[in-house]
Design a protein around this ligand. Sequence first.
Ligand SMILES: [Zn+2]
Length: 408
Amino acid sequence: MQRWFFGLVFLVFPGCAATAPAEAGPKTSARAPILVQPVQVTARKPAPSPAPVATNEPAADPDADDEEGPDDDEAEAAEEAAEAAEAAGASPPPPAPKAPSPLLALSVTQLEARYRSDPASVGPLSLGATNAGALVNGVQMPKSEKWIVQDPSCAWGTQETVDAIARSIEKVAAEHPGAPPLAIGHISSRKGGHLSPHRSHQSGRDVDLGYYHNPPKTTFVRATEANLDLERTFALVKTIVSETDVELVLIDTAVQRLLVAHAQRKGEDEAWLDQVFQVRGKHPRPVVRHARGHGNHLHVRFVSPVAQELGRRAGAFLKREKVAPPHVADAVVMHKARSGDTLQILARRYGTTVEAIQGANGLKTIDIKMGRTYRIPVPKPPTAAKAPAAPKRHAPPPRNTAGATRGR
Ligand SMILES: [Zn+2]
């Protein structure tokens, strides 16, 4: 079962595609044969800039109740568009590992040799972009009384992702005793790759988490002023943002407003809130951003310094060995086919292969249709392949709880 590609993922892990429990997404997308609902070409803006109004208009987004269906797709597509733009320019490189893993001392050749003799010994590898990725030696989210994994077959990530999720939830549980178990939705499939209904969730670094509710819910339920457990939900977001290697958190604007108002009542640092929450309208690219479809759950994308770096080193080898599919790539660009386009021409133009484009689009033949939009997996330009840098943490300044004084 090495030569799998997107389509087969559905056959191998039918549970993944079929069930996203408690997410009332349209059933149609669940079984839809393979990936590409060709993305709308329009590169959507990263996210609407938050209105400066301070009112909590009650969940005005009528689509929000659909959740995790096409909306989630759109949201993530928007995110990806922003990321693709970043990748094309001077973008933040993947971060460097902080706790040095002995595996990082291995050269590419040594890593290959080690994988050949004992594949598991190289640990989890996160390959490619979150929307064009794969996962090797993934780790399944363990069971705990502190959380409920809605679909264990789609709860595979890097060790770093799984640890970050567990640590964050455990901290909330420790600081706020009596916390109900938190709903954990999809992370990735066991081998990563396309996971319906998402565009991302492909490389073991994305997770959907429920909000804490009063009274508790074990599924994804739309968060409102009336039912959101602000204390615990804010604690969760704050922990993720300030204590884990997080790349972004997607939270509906209405929910962000509730969290920020709560944080202000608690006396959280205003400058920190500006830096972190998009709803404040102060930071061009804050870590917590709005995306449609995230009114009943939040989406966290973690950085996995070790698994990503090892994945980067082993990527070419794993493709050659057919462990990773050919369409694993650093980024995806959308191309609307014009007269005269062929897969060979597109492959040459974008520096990829025919097989990769076929894989990314579930194409069995080399036929392409004029006017249709195709996903093209692309490598990063060599100039962007810099040495990884350390991830940025978003820790607030120390609080004045222990007698320290702070002007307010
Ligand atoms: Zn998600």
